[in-house]
Design a protein around this ligand. Structure first.
Ligand code: GTP
Ligand code: MG
Length: 300
């Protein structure tokens, strides 16, 4: 029997767009109520489009987390920005996000030029308000109001889950009505294999510095679930571009790699809901980040 409630709900797609490190992935995880997209204090953590499907009794919102917009021009950086901009034609609305502690109106105004071209409703989310006073927030609101015809401007803290319910309500006003686009029981279109690689990459971002995180990619070599024993065995290779970087990732007596593996394994176990054997290797693959074929393999 068709259920009229189910065929005429608010349902649509919104892209989370903005500079690196403003909290786009944190917001995706917050609205989804589950960690799908990796987060780190370093810019340019997210490299791919990450989908999160949020279901309510009378709505289904498809959120697309994207890599931060930036002006670095290496092949990897260009591919990441392209991933973000390529989402724009397929969405119903755009959420542009800035960091309340670090507004960069000039830079962000030129990023908004990309959004002017697609002619879709754009909302502004001003994130990290847990770190600024109300007096500091007001001039930011005024400046951005003059910059772009945002449909709404919502101050939030994605980390403290403050203002995010209001944000969700505002987003839903921009969504068309229709049937659900995806089944209710899938939170994302990413494979477990992909998320496992991302978790390992997050631990590298959190434990290494300078150019190391940016010179690193993770490839899952094998992923085997033993259903009878209810365990999984995962082999993954961390690629770096130079021998010296390999040494840093491994660390003195293997300590850094051990820590990366331990932290990743814990989180992967939570994801899969079973004990995990995780084996990590580090391999030098010169210039992986400028090799178009390899970038395509990484979904870039
Ligand atoms: N204090 C505070 N920190 C936040 C908030 N939201 C995110 N962060 C922190 O900001 C940093 C960046 O968060 P991400 O979610 O990775 O940011 P992003 O925009 O996805 O970054 P890229 O993927 O690099 O573009 C992390 O250290 C987060 O914990 C917030 O509301 N308040
Ligand atoms: Mg991110």
């Amino acid at each position: 029997m068709p259920n009229p409630e189910k065929t005429s709900i608010k349902t649509g797609i919104i892209a989370l767009i903005g500079p690196p490190n403003v909290g786009k992935s944190t917001l995706l995880n917050c609205l989804l109520g589950q960690k799908i997209s990796i987060v780190s204090p370093k810019p340019q953590t997210t490299r791919n489009r990450i989908m999160g499907i949020v279901n309510g009794p009378d709505y289904q919102l498809v959120l697309l987390d994207t890599p931060g917009l930036h002006s670095a021009r290496s092949p990897l950086n260009l591919a990441m920005v392209k991933v973000a901009l390529d989402t724009l034609p397929e969405v119903d609305a755009i959420l542009f996000m800035i960091d309340a502690t670090l507004p960069k109106p000039k830079q962000e105004s030129s990023q908004l030029d990309h959004l002017r071209k697609v002619n879709k409703p754009v909302m502004l989310a001003i994130n990290k308000i847990d770190l600024v006073s109300k007096e500091k927030l007001l001039p930011i609101l005024t400046a951005y109001q003059e910059m772009f015809p945002f449909t709404a401007m919502v101050p939030i803290s994605a980390l403290a889950k403050d203002g995010t319910a209001t944000l969700l309500t505002e987003i839903l006003t921009l969504m068309p009505t229709g049937p659900r686009l995806y089944p209710e029981d899938i939170p994302t279109d990413s494979t477990e294999r992909f998320i496992v690689g991302e978790i390992i990459r997050e631990k590298i971002f959190r434990r290494t510095n300078q150019e190391i995180p940016y010179s690193t990619a993770v490839v899952i070599d094998s992923f085997q679930e033993d259903e009878a024993r209810h365990t999984a065995t995962i082999h993954a290779t961390i690629l770096v571009e130079k021998g010296s970087q390999k040494g840093i990732i491994i660390g003195k007596g293997g300590i850094t790699l051990k820590e990366i593996g331990k932290a990743a394994r814990h989180e992967i176990q939570d994801l899969l809901g079973m004990p995990v054997m995780l084996k990590l290797w580090v391999k030098v693959q010169k210039n992986w980040s400028t090799n178009p074929r390899f970038l395509t393999e990484l979904g870039l």
